[in-house]
Ligand binder design. Structure first.
Ligand SMILES: Nc1ncnc2c1ncn2[C@@H]1O[C@H](COP(=O)(O)OP(=O)(O)O)[C@@H](O)[C@H]1O
Ligand SMILES: [Mg+2]
Length: 377
């Protein structure tokens, strides 16, 4: 068996998740190669170890992967057929190509939950959504089966006036859930079958940008809700026989049910805070999982809030971070900029994690910092 330093790891995608994964891979002296179409991507600092190419193209992925030992992803919108071919030829691919294929299609995800009796909102599939067949389902949520992210490809239809919000394309039609709160769990499973879950976090959304505004850890939920979510997460990782890092988003309903919303087979917004706030970060846990190493301690060290640093409204152009001095004066704030040259309104430019002895202290610090720290042009 090869030592981990002898394994050539290829990552499909050089965005911020790939960048933070690379940062942790350096600590293990892992030989790392990244594929991304954009020469100005967040992994541009890798120099010759960054290959410029389209990870949605069969030949590009195949050529990139064939001299590697292990391939992983930081985005699920990749060419799965090439990954299957590489796997056939002896390259290890984690998460498994079948899982990437299933997860990138929200329709197939939902089928999996249903078949495995995992709780999720009721749904149906519709290849060509049309108002005639849907009017009697109001209120509902329409989701494009593939290609959506950060609220794009999701349309909430609450009444007759929302008819114009209906999107074209093969869709999932979900019942509108009466959401009390949204929570998430990051979980990992290695090939040996070991499973570890991070503590439950609570997500607060920015309705205007349809992006996560901030999350906090630990979530403010009852022990019953926490246990329900953990049980579902563990069952999901186990029944999928998943290998890698899995993000699981849940809805807690007003009635106290815990429903799976969606999953992602990679590092996730919901786990960024683990870099500072937990003994093991989501990035390290992912590496441990895909290299089949013992998984790390996921316990929280301190309470934390994490918020996305979005491009300020009204600014577009070469990005400037304003308020670094203020940030450095804060006792618990840690900055992660993603190396993106150009800012525009609501673009994810980085994140900030604030750890503190109590959640309230962390939240207060965040609210203070938000007044000063901005990405402008
Ligand atoms: N069935 C639903 N009922 C109510 N709200 C929903 C439902 N599905 C999604 N949403 C809301 O829309 C957001 C985005 O949906 P999601 O499926 O997570 O797509 P994305 O890929 O954009 O994250 C969710 O976080 C939630 O706030
Ligand atoms: Mg989501």
């Amino acid at each position: 068996m090869k030592n981990i330093q002898q394994i050539k790891l290829g990552i499909l995608g050089g965005g911020q998740l790939g960048r933070m994964l690379a940062q942790k891979a350096f600590d293990f002296n892992i030989q790392l190669y990244v594929l991304d179409p954009d020469k100005d991507c967040s992994c541009k600092f890798l120099g010759n170890f960054l290959t410029i190419g389209n990870f949605r193209d069969f030949d590009t992925v195949y050529q990139f992967g064939k001299d590697k030992d292990l391939i992983t992803i930081e985005i699920e919108d990749v060419n799965v057929d090439a990954l299957k071919q590489l796997q056939k030829e002896g390259v290890q691919v984690f998460p498994k190509p079948e899982h990437i294929e299933m997860i990138k299609d929200k329709g197939l995800q939902k089928m999996f939950y249903k078949e495995h009796h995992l709780p999720t909102a009721n749904f149906l599939w519709m290849d060509e959504p049309n108002w005639m067949n849907l009017e009697n389902k109001i209120p509902f949520v329409q989701k494009l089966r593939v290609g959506g992210y950060d609220g794009k490809g999701v349309s909430v239809i609450k009444n007759q006036y929302d008819a114009s919000k209906l999107m074209q394309g093969s869709s999932l039609i979900e019942e509108l859930v009466d959401i009390e709160k949204e929570i998430a769990i990051m979980g990992a499973r290695n090939e040996a079958g070991q499973i570890k879950l991070f503590p439950v976090v609570e997500l607060v959304f920015n309705d205007e940008a349809n992006l996560l505004d901030y999350l906090f850890s630990p979530a403010n939920v009852s022990i019953e809700i926490e246990l329900k979510a953990k049980e579902i997460a563990g069952k999901l990782l186990q029944e999928m026989q998943f290998v890698g890092l899995l993000a699981i988003e849940f809805f807690v309903t007003k009635k106290g049910e815990v429903l799976i919303n969606e999953i992602a087979p990679r590092p996730h917004n919901s786990g960024h805070h683990t870099i500072e706030a937990n003994y093991t970060s989501q990035y390290e846990q992912m590496l441990r999982a895909i290299f089949n190493l013992p998984l790390g301690n996921t316990e929280a060290i301190q309470a934390a809030v994490m918020y996305n640093v979005l491009g300020e409204k009204g600014y577009e152009g070469v990005a400037i971070a304003q308020g670094i001095e203020k940030l450095c004066e804060m006792p618990g704030a840690k900055l992660h900029l993603y190396g993106k040259t150009i800012t525009k309104p609501f673009r994810k430019m980085g994140h900030i994690t604030i750890t503190a002895k109590s959640l309230q202290e962390a939240v207060d610090e965040m609210n203070e910092l938000k007044k000063y720290f901005k990405i402008i042009a």
